[in-house]
Design a protein around this ligand. Sequence first.
Ligand code: HEC
Length: 162
Amino acid sequence: MKAQRAAWLLCWTVAGAAPGAFADETAVRYPDGAATFQANCAVCHGHEGRGQPSLAPPLTAYPAHYIAAAAGRRQLAMTVLYGMFGDIAVDQQHYNFKMPGFVRLGDDALAGVLNYVVFDLAHAPADAKPLNAADVAAAREEPATGEAVRQHRAALIGALGL
Ligand code: HEC
């Protein structure tokens, strides 16, 4: 019984360390977004988006709330395009660092990585409307600073009651 449990735990740990390597690939709804995430975002946010204390926030909860609101969808697009700068709190934990912008990545790639964050990492309800390239293109029309992105977030957090 003990050995069985140890083997199960080992499998679980190994699968957790290398997402996708053992798991059923079809379980990931946005595989292209996952590839973009592992290449560009995981270094700070971690492979599963759980964040790192005082370096980068977890992406496993708030983005699922953002996707339901127009201002939240815009917030997501602004964040990946222009980054974010200054003190923020996620679940009462503070982060005060600089996220770089990814304006060099295309609209499709950014919509894909955000959908991966929202649906695969943060588990938004499956019937929420995914972001598309036009959502990112609209935010690209209005360049913003990382500080402005942080202020937009503060208003959103208040409106959503997070
Ligand atoms: C150099 C480290 C770094 C990289 C690379 C990075 N981020 Fe971030 N990210 C941060 C930090 C730090 C913050 C919080 C910024 C602050 O403190 O103002 C953040 C914030 C966010 C937020 C806002 C979370 C919230 O609660 O509002 C999202 C969404 C996000 N990142 C997604 C991404 C995605 C997607 C990528 C890859 C395309 C990425 N990040 C790449 C460091 C990083």
